[in-house]
Ligand binder design. Structure first.
Ligand SMILES: NC(=O)c1ccc[n+]([C@@H]2O[C@H](COP(=O)([O-])OP(=O)(O)OC[C@H]3O[C@@H](n4cnc5c(N)ncnc54)[C@H](O)[C@@H]3O)[C@@H](O)[C@H]2O)c1
Ligand SMILES: O=C(O)C[C@H](O)C(=O)O
Ligand SMILES: [Mg+2]
Length: 605
């Protein structure tokens, strides 16, 4: 449901582009209001609201607070037998009452994060066509390219959408092609944006680009809801993506575009094409690169490693692996006197055939070619499997984005530990079952010396009676804050300088500076505050680069932080004001009951 950008007056800053407080206006009453999750307060509608909005007789008489509702909802949640059932419960709750949904998660963030996001969301995606109840988001398909603009158009006026998350479903987490089920990764990433950075939930749009699927199980499933045909490639695919991006630019010129879980052959190519044209971001390449770099920086502080001679092995040089390598390369070049090319030589990439070598360059993606080694460096040496590469390179850092569970064996890890004091090991493949190693094993195999962060959440590891927090090195720590900064500054583009600014903010919040057993990255419960720091740096960088289109950005840090905070959406009930349908309809520019379910509920926010 698109929220109109009613200008908000702040006592401190005057005009604010985004509104997050004050009354909300709607023409909806009775059952229509109760069935609109963005407005519905259920048992918390006040006495006056029940009268004004004709709710008498539609609700039991007792009026509850949001806190009481959270208590009840949490009991219902807890009674669900497993994580997938809990995830389904939460999806239903979101369709009933959005404020309650977000408040419930906010109050139990640590416990629920893995249920509404990775890894359980992966399971929900795999079961999309079986669990389907109500569509959520915008479904575009490659056979209906002529309708893209119309379909996109249904979601609001040009001012209404700040953020679009889009996936084509080819490489969902590490579970591969999930076809139309990818809509749920777009939805989940948007939920994280709202929870962790206060992005207004009604000003976002989840999209799936259904290009067919090569997942045989889905193609053979009678209940599969997506296009039942092989995944399109080549010109047809490119024209689909291009028409989609053009429609977004035309319809929502201010929206920031987030690409998620595209396949290896497309993810980087699409980013490279659109990065110079619009404010866009690929989470798997850039978000992962940023968070991993921040974790590496924190580990270097603990382990005393210097950028000049640090050696890195990337296991799995796909979208995420090369994205991380690029961020690390840039950091080496920045922290030392080396050129980017020299910096790249401190990174060894291993993929399916082994170490990437120049002689095989015609089989490599452009992003991989940058890391291919000279064959003569490896003449007479084993380089086709990870253990031999570890023996030769003696890396300080080993990062896994391969989707190969257990690839970091005891032998590999102990070989690494022979050569460095504090082996830095990040198994990042999601979901949990695909991790290259389990954190507890890494501690056991290295006598507690390993510095570890993982892609999905893990319990603390124990060594000799002491507990070590395992930080989640997941792009969810970075993409919300980067998005918040991009949206509030209305940056025209998102060049690397803005990402560097984001990493600096994140790295400065790292808790494990003195090896106390704390994790290498901030905890998820702190992400909202960290998002403010990240957004502040991104906004400042956008201003410095002349990219910020928002005119009223405060110039000093304290004011800037307050300005950001005032525009972050929070899960609390706001007073409702009944307006004439013609006012609301004019605002929504649509006719009630005809367009998408967003349009039906015309309102100002
Ligand atoms: N923690 C995070 O924030 C984060 C972010 C993005 C991706 N990931 C995870 O990283 C994994 C990869 O994602 P991606 O988008 O880069 O996928 P991708 O398909 O682009 O890359 C995977 C790479 O691993 C390689 N690979 C496969 N089997 C291998 C083997 N036996 N040995 C060596 N390499 C092998 C593939 O050839 C490919 O290059 C997924 O599990 C994903 O969930 C984690
Ligand atoms: O979605 C996640 O949990 C992180 C990442 O984007 C992934 O693809 O694994
Ligand atoms: Mg992803």
């Amino acid at each position: 449901m698109a929220a109109h950008a009613k200008e908000q007056k702040s006592p401190r800053f005057g005009h604010l582009p985004l509104s997050t407080s004050g009354p909300q206006e709607t023409s909806l009453t009775g059952n229509a209001l109760l069935r609109t999750p963005y407005f519905n307060k259920g048992s918390a509608f006040t006495k006056e609201e029940r009268k004004t909005f004709k709710l008498h007789g539609l609700l039991p008489p007792n009026i509850q607070t949001l806190e009481e509702q959270v208590q009840r909802a949490y009991q219902q949640y807890s009674s669900r037998p497993n994580d997938l059932a809990k995830n389904t419960f939460m999806t239903s709750m979101k369709e009933q009452n959005e404020v309650l949904y977000y408040r419930l998660i906010q109050d139990h963030l640590k416990e629920m994060f893995s249920v509404i996001y990775t890894p359980t969301e992966g399971e929900a995606i795999q079961n999309y066509s079986r669990l389907f109840r109500r569509p959520e988001g915008c479904f575009l398909n490659i056979e209906d390219q002529d309708r893209i603009e119309d379909n996109i158009d249904q979601w609001g006026n040009p001012e209404d959408i700040d953020l679009i998350v889009v996936s084509d479903g080819e490489q969902i987490l590490g579970i591969g092609d999930q076809g139309v089920g990818a809509i749920l990764i777009s939805v989940a990433k948007l939920v994280i944006y709202t929870l962790c950075a206060g992005i207004h939930p009604a000003r976002t749009l989840p999209v799936v680009l259904d290009c067919g699927t090569n997942n045989k199980e889905l193609l053979d499933d009678d209940l599969y809801l997506g296009l039942r045909q092989p995944r399109a490639r080549g010109e047809k695919y490119d024209s689909f993506v291009s028409k989609f991006v053009d429609a977004c630019k035309k319809r929502y010129p201010k929206a920031y575009l987030h690409f998620e879980d595209f396949g290896l052959t497309n993810a980087r190519r699409i980013l490279d094409k659109y990065q110079p044209e619009i404010a866009c971001f690929n989470d798997d390449v850039q978000g992962t690169g940023c968070v991993t770099l921040a974790a590496v920086m924190a580990a270097f502080k603990v382990g005393g490693v210097k950028w000049d001679d640090a050696r890195f092995v990337m296991f799995g040089a796909g979208t995420a692996g090369t994205g991380i390598a690029d961020q690390i390369k840039d950091a080496i070049a920045q922290e030392t006197t080396k050129s980017k090319e020299e910096a790249g030589r401190q990174i060894w990439c291993v993929d399916k055939p082994g170490l990437l070598l120049k002689s095989k360059r015609d089989q490599l993606t452009p992003a991989q070619v940058a890391y291919a080694r000279d064959d003569n460096e490896w003449q007479g040496k084993q380089h086709s499997e990870l253990l031999s590469v570890i023996k030769e390179v003696k890396p300080h850092v080993l990062i896994g984005t391969s989707t190969v569970p257990g690839a970091f064996t005891m032998e590999v890890v102990q070989e690494m530990a022979k050569h460095v004091d504090r082996p830095i090991i990040f198994p990042l493949s999601n979901p949990t079952r695909l991790h290259e190693a389990k954190p507890q094993d890494l501690f056991d195999w290295t006598e507690g010396k390993a510095l570890v962060a993982t892609g999905s959440p893990f319990p603390a590891a124990k060594y000799q009676g002491k507990e070590y927090e395992i930080s989640e090195c997941n792009n969810s720590v970075t993409f919300p804050g980067i998005g918040l900064g991009a949206i509030l500054s209305r940056t025209r583009l998102l060049p690397p300088s803005l990402l560097i600014a984001a990493v600096k903010a994140l790295a400065s919040t790292a808790p494990a500076v003195n090896d106390t057993g704390a994790g290498l990255l901030p905890d998820v419960t702190d992400v909202r505050e960290i998002s403010v720091q990240i957004a502040r740096n991104v906004i400042k960088a956008a201003v410095d680069e002349g990219l910020a289109q928002e005119k009223n950005i405060p110039t000093n840090d304290a004011d800037l932080e307050e300005w950001i905070l005032e525009q972050m959406w929070d899960a609390r009930y706001r007073p409702l004001k009944l307006v004439d349908e013609s006012v609301a309809t004019a605002l929504a520019r649509g006719e009630a009951g005809t367009g998408s379910h967003r349009r039906v509920a015309s309102f100002r926010s």
